[in-house]
Design a protein around this ligand. Structure first.
Ligand SMILES: NC(=O)c1ccc[n+]([C@@H]2O[C@H](COP(=O)([O-])OP(=O)(O)OC[C@H]3O[C@@H](n4cnc5c(N)ncnc54)[C@H](O)[C@@H]3O)[C@@H](O)[C@H]2O)c1
Length: 371
């Protein structure tokens, strides 16, 4: 902390999402945007100029060795999440880590262990949990308004949205996979969170690549590198069973021929009510007077935005006021489910997630209504 008690924050990665985080934190009190490092030094310098960041480091090591920094935001390609998060935690920094947690569950587990050993906060950058609609639905779920949630559907079907064809996004060694690990992890995380964190125990899934290998379905996130490779999926479909008998269907695509509005969605179906979030709209569903009743949720007149709320929460975690709302164990859980889906797609069989029993030690499953 500086002499005024403000958190001194460093940024590892000054690319697209790095700058989005800088923008969010720049609007918050109690924090100083103190340092930045990027594999492209000119980019780090440009962001430093844009956001008034005092120090530019020539490497991630140099940034992490700066003892004046309390915390770091890690917004680099997926392959570097685990090595840098572990290094940051060992260097005594609190960490806000972009999704997905890592390339696979083995690497994710290393982060969990480093977080536990360091006693520092690790918050997963799952900003969908912080949307106004997610918070409203979660509140009602916690109040029991939906009864027992026995099944849910979640997904994000982009019609034409392959990001950075040929860059790290579409190289499995750097990304870990395609839309499933890129945008599917958001909806998986949100669905499990809204369902009340039931314990996933088995997954079945299939992945496809009908567009990427043919250089179709290109979106506008990132600049294509036509000399690069595309060796990931562009669509995935999965079915996840929880210990309490509840289930989740997950469908994601970067590109597909079909009617889709490209909005991420979660639909919860409970014994007393349902709730849906689709893009910026949300609604509750129930039955009254013998008829179905829909209750739309109005979009707030003023909404500071999910990333600002998440940033403020992270600063409170750094100060030790609260525990991370999307903790390391949630990241590991997501990663185990993703690994299971990829494995199931390869083997053609349902995959049992035995490891989760250990990971979930403190997170009991809920009672179900399965028959
Ligand atoms: N939460 C979200 O909605 C969201 C949205 C987009 C991206 N992301 C995540 O953010 C991460 C970065 O994505 P992006 O779109 O910003 O990519 P990007 O390619 O725009 O930026 C990544 C930056 O990291 C730098 N970099 C690479 N290796 C580095 C290293 N070892 N040390 C320091 N800098 C390094 C690169 O030079 C680049 O500037 C990914 O993990 C991605 O999944 C999250």
């Amino acid at each position: 902390m500086d002499s005024a008690g403000r958190v001194r924050l460093g940024f590892m990665g000054a690319g697209n999402i790095g700058s989005v985080h800088m923008q969010s934190f720049a609007g918050l009190d109690g924090v100083v945007l103190a340092g930045v490092a990027d594999a492209i030094p000119d980019l780090a310098s440009a962001r430093a100029g844009e956001f008034g960041i005092a120090r530019v480091y020539d490497s991630a090591d140099a940034l992490l060795n700066d003892e004046t920094l309390d915390a770091v935001v890690i917004g680099v390609p997926n392959r570097w999440h685990a090595p840098l998060a572990v290094q940051a935690l060992k260097a005594g920094k609190h960490v806000l880590l972009e999704k997905p947690m890592a390339l696979d569950a083995t690497a994710a587990r290393e982060i969990v262990e480093a977080a536990q050993a360091s006693g520092k906060a690790l918050l997963m950058g799952q900003q969908y949990r912080w949307k106004w609609s997610s918070q409203a639905v979660r509140e009602q779920v916690e109040a029991g308004a939906l009864g027992t949630i026995y099944t849910a559907k979640a997904g994000w079907m982009r019609r034409k949205g392959i990001p950075g064809w040929g860059t790290w996004f579409t190289r499995k060694a750097d990304s870990g996979g395609g839309p499933l690990i890129d945008i599917g992890v958001h909806m998986l995380d949100l669905a499990l969170f809204l369902m009340g964190n039931p314990k996933p125990v088995a997954v079945s899934g299939q992945t496809y690549a009908a567009f990427g290998p043919n250089r179709r379905g290109i979106g506008n996130w990132g600049t294509p590198d036509w000399d690069g490779v595309f060796d990931v999926e562009d669509l995935a479909s999965a079915f996840i069973r929880m210990e309490d008998g509840s289930t989740l269907t997950l469908d994601v695509s970067w590109a597909v021929h079909g009617e889709t509005d490209s909005a991420p969605f979660v639909h919860l179906m409970g014994s007393d009510g349902g709730a849906s979030i689709r893009g910026e709209s949300a609604a509750f569903y129930t039955e009254a007077f013998g008829r179905p009743v829909d209750i739309p949720l109005p979009v707030p007149v003023y909404d500071e935005g999910e990333r600002v709320r998440m940033g403020r929460h992270f600063l409170a975690c750094v100060r030790g006021d609260v525990a991370p709302m999307a903790p390391a164990l949630a990241g590991l859980t997501n990663q185990l489910v993703l690994d299971g889906i990829y494995q199931s797609s390869q083997t053609g069989r349902e995959v049992m997630l035995d490891e989760l029993t250990e990971a979930y030690g403190t997170n009991p499953g809920r009672g179900g209504v399965v028959q």
